[in-house]
Design a protein around this ligand. Structure first.
Ligand SMILES: [Zn+2]
Length: 463
């Protein structure tokens, strides 16, 4: 575990990106070139296992032919280690070290073309793809992946498909065809703390705190029911979180889940704790055990789509302050997806005066939501269609009375307009009673962890 230092927050993003990209390239290179001596060419490369017998130079045919001395140390070692095993195999079979030949998948490759580059026939490719039918192995091959072969006398002996750093498949020739074995590596998981203050935008400031775009989206998703990241974010808002990082052989290969997080928005602190119940379902809860999910989203437009288009702009992405009228306007590019704020049924879908192309959704509890000025509607839906929270129902435009592309959003309870930013939204289910005890322990530990990280960071910042 380590702290993201204050300094890091001021690093330019380009620098961070460069580090991330470099790491990715190093990882990729390592994956493609298992041996340091492997030539960096596109052509099939070979590498051999460590030489067992270094007293004489390797014969060019040594690995291909069954020369008895190629492996002569092995039977002795075996005899020393397990003398009892000796009588059972009076003629220990000659073990030839595997000679692996790597072929890197190029764009446009098929299994057959990869096999041909390795010196095998299309019939071999057919037999192999037949053998792996119904498994994940070789189902799809992607440029940059490595397929390694052990070929003896033009016969395929072994094949390894390295799909990514964690997953590969090993095929071995047997008397009955090929045996298929999945090899899965488990990454080491470490917790990491990060924190930041909003000065420009969530994307800029969270990137500067060391968070990847994926983590930022997850953070925004966790608090997306309480905070409208498009309209409500303010300078001075702050966040801190503990999340998982995955390592393989000491190298970072990715990120896991956010374990706990806090977001301070306009002076109000929201805290979320990840909890996995006995059925294995994970969700985020307040420290009291209430679900972070609500029956309505704060913002029916995708914050990431809006923020990213305003990423380098200090100006807040709002078309003026238009809250005086009976809805909220979200400026966004034409075509930005609009999501249903909650589960419900479409009761209007068509032109409606100044609203232009408009969708109205009827929800439970006499609540309706209205989405105006749409460029176009989502295909496949009609009046009467059921929609779930987050379902795309249309796309931002400027139909009707609109000076520029934006979404006009209204939230009504019993026909009365409410401010969707401040209306108290009904909550989704709280934590199950049977799980509560277990949850409270997790929550307490998580909160203590967050607090101790924060305190350590404050202390190190003061020095
Ligand atoms: Zn409006």
């Amino acid at each position: 575990m380590f702290l993201v230092e204050r300094l890091k927050r001021h690093l330019p993003i380009t620098h961070l990106m460069a580090v991330i990209i470099c790491t990715a390239i190093i990882g990729l290179t390592a994956m493609l070139m298992p041996s340091a001596e492997a030539p960096a060419s596109d052509a099939p490369t070979t590498f051999s296992q460590p030489q067992i017998n270094d007293s004489e130079p390797p014969s060019p045919f040594g690995l291909q032919s069954a020369t008895p001395h190629a492996d002569k140390t092995k039977p002795d070692q075996m005899a020393m280690m397990s003398p009892a095993a000796q009588p059972a195999s009076p003629q220990p079979e000659e073990q030839k070290p595997d000679v692996w030949q790597d072929v890197t998948v190029r764009s446009g490759d098929t299994l057959t073309s990869v096999f041909q580059r390795a010196g095998l026939s299309s019939r071999d490719a057919f037999l192999v793809s037949d053998a792996v039918k119904g498994t994940e192995a070789l189902k799809r091959i992607y440029p940059g992946q490595t397929i390694s072969f052990v070929i003896d006398d033009k016969q395929l002996v072994k094949l390894k498909h390295i799909r990514n750093q964690l997953q590969s498949t090993l095929l071995s020739a047997t008397d009955q065809g090929y045996s298929v074995k999945e090899i899965t590596k488990q990454p080491d998981i470490e917790s990491r703390f990060a924190s930041g203050t909003i000065e420009n935008s969530l994307f800029l400031d969270a990137s500067a705190a060391g968070l990847s775009d994926k983590m930022i989206m997850e953070l925004a998703a966790i608090f997306g029911w309480d905070i409208d990241f498009v309209l409500d974010l303010r300078q001075g808002d702050s966040f801190n979180l503990i999340y998982e990082e995955k390592f393989l052989d000491g190298k970072k290969i990715g990120e896991g889940d956010i374990l706990s997080a806090q977001f301070v928005n306009q002076g109000e602190t929201y805290t979320a704790i990840r909890f996995t119940d006995s059925d294995g379902n994970s969700s985020y809860y307040t420290p009291e055990g209430d679900s972070m999910r609500k029956t309505f989203l704060r913002s029916p437009v995708d914050f990431a789509r809006i923020s990213s288009s305003f990423k380098t702009n200090r100006k807040h992405p709002v078309l003026g302050l238009t809250r005086a009228h009976k809805g909220t306007d979200y400026a966004a590019r034409t075509g930005t997806p609009i999501k249903a704020a909650g589960d419900g049924k479409i009761i209007w879908r068509g032109k409606k005066g100044g609203y232009g192309n408009c969708v109205i959704v009827q929800h439970g509890g006499n609540i309706t939501t209205l989405y105006g000025h749409m460029n176009n509607f989502r295909k496949g839906q009609k009046t009467g269609s059921r929609v779930s929270q987050g379902d795309v129902i249309g796309y931002v435009g400027k139909t009707g009375l609109a000076s520029g592309p934006h979404l006009h959003y209204e939230f009504r309870v019993n026909g009365v307009h409410k401010n969707p930013q401040t209306v108290k939204l009904p909550q989704a289910a709280s934590i199950d009673n049977a799980e509560r005890k277990k949850f409270l322990v997790v929550a307490e530990t998580s909160l203590a962890q967050l607090e101790s990280f924060k305190a350590t960071q404050l202390a190190s910042a003061a020095n």
